[in-house]
Design a protein around this ligand. Structure first.
Ligand SMILES: *Cc1c(COP(=O)(O)O)cnc(C)c1O
Length: 669
């Protein structure tokens, strides 16, 4: 090995299919612009029997490769892999028809739908930052999630995402194939690899992606790895979980990786245990359990994966089906298998994603009450911090410490609370980001000295996207008395979520009704929310609005991106905010959940909570206009909160989260 060239060694670990196509980008010492050596080190660690390595399974990964660690390619980008125009729907109607926002950057690897995937991507980046020996397993979604188009009066029209994996920078197809023999047919999978680098590019986490789009498969099997969360029929959903869990475990075996701990991000991958348990004798199953960890993200009972036994029995061979019945029997329905039940039974470490979510998960699964812990989610500091705030924190590194290597040092920003110069510079850094947003949306004439609120996330009923638009007269009244308001929305509803679809429609209609008030209240809705917009918005608005109905938000992470940039929270008390509220990062409003009843997800409390929202919003807007006055900046309590927000980001990051996983889930005896 010592003599072999780097490329030969690289190809021995990752036999690239049609390698000639990639020779301009895979060089002796470079891999798509990154140093190649860390890839070889990571592969050797994973192959070593002496190293304790982790395998992480997730249905989706949001890697935001457009804004952080973007791979470079010598080949011109395929237009299919560029994120082109986004339309905007606003109450400045004339603009919407003729103009769109050009975001002609590399498309984020389109294998995620929202928060769960972004968290998985951030987890890999922090694992790489920390030098954890980890391999990630996922699915190569050939049609991505979906592209969102707005058509007024028709709402959201989903469109297929036809990206080209063969020319996506940093992604390579392998000659390696695996097979999953099922009752009706054998599904063959191609393996792909992508490499996630740490912030200092010293360490790498390989991501192995499974792809069924091969000519040897039946036409139906070929489309199984087409669109993420396409849920037209139950067989389809089962087979996607078979690919991730069983296929993922087979892929690890085929690549020769020696894995000590397996981590299932959500119950989608629970069949991995079944596959692994086939090798173990009865006494070995207990030992195997100690090697499995499971993170539950689901806030409500209805969200857990449940499948009728009949199609499972028709798909799976006897042995797999037998094991599934043994560990995954739904406690309430005798003819149903429940993947959450399976994961809770077979994984020694089980965690919810915030303290409050732990409490709710224990209420739902009292049998596993003692097992269910919580590890609060985080975000990857280096991905989500804006350049202007990062530069300011670097300038004050003497006080704060090396926050890049150790994000928990951000906590030390609190000691700058009484430093007048720092306070002023922090406001300037924020204004710089806000001006960037205004420039990006220049045709919609946003103003950098106007109070600006954003709501951007997946559109789902419990997140109450239209809460702030419940009573537009009241909103206008606040704007008249206190000062103008700008609101930016973004978010996709799952194409089969009729209620979510209705929300998009309702929002477009309300925005349209505000046309004549556009100078007082400017409202925009951006099409096709992705991590690029996520980063732009969380770094630049004044206030990040988060108004889920408690207790249905498991964690929420977009607000964590915002506090990192000194953007304050206007939030109900749910998910991560239950822990953040005491850190003084913004304002809490609305109904609160206490006690042992989970309550009704359909009772959205729109009237009482919008009432409470308007009351708080008025105070917040007043404080904003006392700070950003007609004569410019005047220091106030707003800036103190901004400093507390940045300090709190010392906790709400994936570096701390991965450290907790290492201590509690991956190294536990
Ligand atoms: C961060 C992020 C999310 C998650 O937001 P929540 O507040 O957890 O709902 C979803 N989508 C994108 C594109 C993101 O960047």
């Amino acid at each position: 090995m010592a003599d072999a060239s780097c490329i030969d060694r690289f190809l021995s670990f990752s036999p690239v299919e049609n390698f000639e196509k990639y020779t301009a980008d895979i060089l002796e010492d470079r891999f798509f612009g990154f140093p190649a050596q860390p890839i070889l080190n990571a592969e050797e660690d994973l192959l070593s029997v002496h190293k304790k390595s982790v395998a992480y399974f997730s249905m989706e990964y949001g890697l935001s490769s457009n804004t952080y660690n973007a791979p470079e390619s010598a080949r011109p980008p395929s237009p299919k892999n560029l994120s082109a125009e986004h339309h905007v729907f606003s109450n400045l109607r004339a603009m919407d028809y003729y103009l769109s926002v050009d975001a002609g950057h590399l498309l984020d690897l389109p294998i995620y739908s929202g928060g769960l995937g972004v968290l998985a991507g951030d987890t890999l980046k922090s694992a790489a930052d920390r030098g954890v020996s980890l391999v990630a397993v996922g699915i190569l979604w050939n049609k991505g999630y979906f592209k969102q188009n707005f058509w007024f009066k028709d709402g959201q029209i989903p469109e297929e995402n036809n990206w080209d994996p063969f020319s996506y920078p940093g992604l390579v197809p392998l000659q390696t194939r695996i097979e999953i023999p099922l009752r009706r047919e054998t599904i063959r999978l191609r393996l792909w690899k992508y490499f996630v680098y740490g912030f200092d590019k010293k360490n790498v986490v390989p991501l192995v992606l499974l792809d069924s789009d091969l000519p040897e498969n039946s036409p139906t099997a070929r489309t199984l790895t087409g669109q993420l969360y396409k849920s037209d029929n139950v067989e389809w959903k089962i087979l996607q979980r078979v690919i991730l869990g069983i296929g993922g475990m087979k892929a690890i075996g085929k690549l020769g990786y020696h894995i000590d701990r397996f981590h299932l991000n959500e119950g989608h991958a629970a069949l991995a245990f079944v596959e692994k348990a086939k090798e173990a004798r009865d006494s070995g199953v207990e030992a195997l359990t100690n090697r499995f960890a499971y993170t539950c993200h689901t806030p409500v009972a209805a969200g857990h994966d449940r499948f009728p036994k009949k199609p499972l029995q028709e798909i799976l061979p006897d042995e797999e089906f037998g094991l599934l019945k043994k560990w995954g029997q739904d406690p309430e329905h005798s003819d149903v298998i429940n993947l959450t039940q399976l994961a809770m039974t077979t994984c020694r470490h089980v965690n919810a994603v915030a303290a409050k979510h732990g409490e709710i998960t224990r209420l739902q699964f009292p049998r596993f009450g003692e097992k269910i812990q919580s590890v609060t989610n985080g975000v990857h500091t280096h991905t989500w911090i804006s350049a202007s705030v990062a530069a300011l924190l670097d300038e004050y590194r003497g006080v704060i410490g090396d926050w890049r290597k150790s994000p928990k040092n951000l906590w030390n920003a609190r000691s700058l609370k009484d430093d007048g110069t720092f306070r002023q510079k922090l406001w300037q850094a924020h204004q710089f980001n806000k001006e960037k947003l205004c420039w990006f949306l220049k045709s919609w004439r946003l103003r950098p000295d106007t109070f600006t609120v954003a709501w951007a996330r997946r559109i789902a009923a419990y997140k109450r996207p239209s809460l702030i638009l419940q009573d537009v007269e009241r909103l206008l009244d606040i704007a008249r008395r206190v000062g103008p308001i700008q609101i930016v929305f973004a978010g996709k509803a799952h194409p089969k979520d009729d209620l979510g679809f209705t929300y998009v429609n309702e929002m477009l209609t309300r925005i349209d009704s505000l046309e004549t008030h556009r100078d007082l209240l400017r409202v925009l809705m951006l099409e096709n929310y992705d991590t690029y917009f996520g980063k732009l918005l969380t770094a630049s608005v004044d206030v990040w609005l988060n108004n889920p109905l408690p207790p249905f938000e498991a964690s929420g992470t977009s607000g964590m991106k915002a506090i990192l940039n000194g953007v304050l929270q206007l939030s109900t008390l749910d998910g991560w905010m239950v822990e953040a509220a005491e850190k003084n990062v913004g304002w809490i409003f609305g109904w609160q959940h206490h006690g042992p009843e989970i309550g009704d997800e359909k009772n959205l409390r729109l009237k009482e909570d919008s009432d409470s929202l308007y009351q708080t919003l008025e105070q917040v807007a007043r404080l904003y206009y006392e700070t950003q006055t007609k004569n410019g900046f005047r220091d106030s309590d707003w800036v103190t909160k901004m400093i507390y927000a940045i300090a709190a980001a010392g906790f709400f990051n994936t570096d701390r989260m991965v450290e907790e996983y290492q201590l509690r889930a991956w190294r536990a005896e």
